[in-house]
Design a protein. Structure first.
Length: 150
């Protein structure tokens, strides 16, 4: 007759395949953490701007060509590069080349506020009134730019 398992026999694998050693537990926890991180990354992949549309992923041809149908604000290495000037009411494309989400948010008022996920692009309309519109990334306080509308 088999002897019942006692608490002192926790590391015995005979007859009880469900007992894990410390190394196996660490590996399982590591896999779980990786799965959660992947899920969070995927969940943060799409973004919504203030108009309620969802940002589209950048196409490979657009990401590599650098050619745009209109003015662009490009985000790369936590830095904005923006057009020298843009016409009032013109549609601008925001291209995020970083691996994290960013915003293009007017410093004052609500002239524009666009959230762009990692590796994605979105559009917004330049203000109707000519002038200088300083902007920033709400997620990264050191990121600043200025949109000049003519």
């Amino acid at each position: 007759m088999r002897e019942p398992l006692r608490s002192t026999r926790m590391h015995s694998h005979r007859g009880n395949a469900s007992v894990l050693d410390a190394g196996q537990i660490r590996r399982v926890l590591g896999y779980c953490a990786a799965a959660v991180a992947l899920g969070l990354t995927t969940a943060c992949g799409a973004s919504t701007n203030t108009t309620g549309t969802t940002a589209a992923p950048m196409s490979a041809s657009h990401a590599n060509s650098g050619v745009s149908a209109g003015p662009e604000i490009v985000i790369s290495s936590y830095t904005f590069s923006q057009p020298a000037t843009v016409q009032a009411g013109r549609t601008l494309t925001v291209v995020n080349q970083d691996q994290v989400a960013h915003t293009v948010t007017a410093d004052s008022g609500n002239a524009f506020n666009v959230v762009v996920g990692p590796g994605q692009e979105d559009t917004f309309t330049a203000p109707a009134r000519p002038g200088r519109y300083p902007f920033h990334c709400t997620y990264h306080s050191r990121m600043h730019g200025e949109l000049i509308v003519s």
